[in-house]
Design a protein around this ligand. Structure first.
Ligand code: 5GP
Ligand code: MG
Length: 187
């Protein structure tokens, strides 16, 4: 697997440091008096890509957290660009009146957040905020609001730390690009 890596964009040390900073900020923003009605939030990772980021993040947020799940497909199989976002399933429980924090791995075209945020708002929560680990340097990504952004990265296809290519490479601890040979092999 290591031979498939072209370049490390963000190392696991950089990820750990930034995720800790983001957790601190999210904790402050959801602690009274910044949130008037207690320290309760529901965190909603978008599966599958956000699962590792979310797992690292929430273990550093010492609030009363519930978890809701949504599954979205946008880069099905060996796609290297979005094929349009599709909501495949949701497991949210009762989120009425609750503060929701939606977590995604990467903000690219914005299609995923534009699809899921209205769905969450339709369930009658007290608020909906958004958090992404990565945001691609392209105009479409900047047009979509995200409350918390970990890193701005070049407009390249990346994998690792939960992000996949054809469901592989999620277990790479860094954010990396793949070499052309690996992309062909798993296409
Ligand atoms: P958007 O809907 O904003 O275009 O893209 C967000 C979704 O597309 C992410 O949740 C992620 O699943 C997928 N995605 C976007 N860019 C990349 C990328 O560079 N690598 C991988 N592996 N997935 C990406
Ligand atoms: Mg995704």
């Amino acid at each position: 697997m290591q031979l498939d890596i072209n370049r490390v964009l963000i190392s696991q040390q950089q990820l750990a440091q930034r995720v800790a900073e983001m957790a601190r900020q999210i904790t402050i923003d959801h602690t009274p008096p910044n949130i008037p009605d207690g320290d309760e939030i529901t965190i909603v990772p978008i599966l599958t890509g956000a699962f590792i980021f979310c797992a690292d993040l929430i273990r550093q947020i010492p609030l009363h957290i519930q978890i809701g799940l949504v599954t979205v497909s946008s880069y099905p199989g060996s796609s290297l660009s979005t094929k349009g976002s599709q909501l495949l399933s949701q497991q949210l429980g009762n989120v009425q009146g609750r503060h929701l924090l939606l977590i995604d791995d990467i903000l690219d075209s914005g299609g995923t957040l534009n699809l899921v945020v209205p769905v969450l708002k339709g369930l009658g929560p007290a608020s909906v905020k958004t958090c992404v680990l990565l945001r691609k340097d392209r105009p479409a990504a900047k047009l979509v609001h995200a409350d918390y952004v970990g890193f701005d990265i070049p407009d390249e296809f990346v994998v690792g730390y939960g992000l996949d290519y054809n469901n592989y490479y999620r277990n790479i601890p860094d954010i990396v690009t793949l070499n052309a040979e690996a992309i062909q092999r798993h296409a």
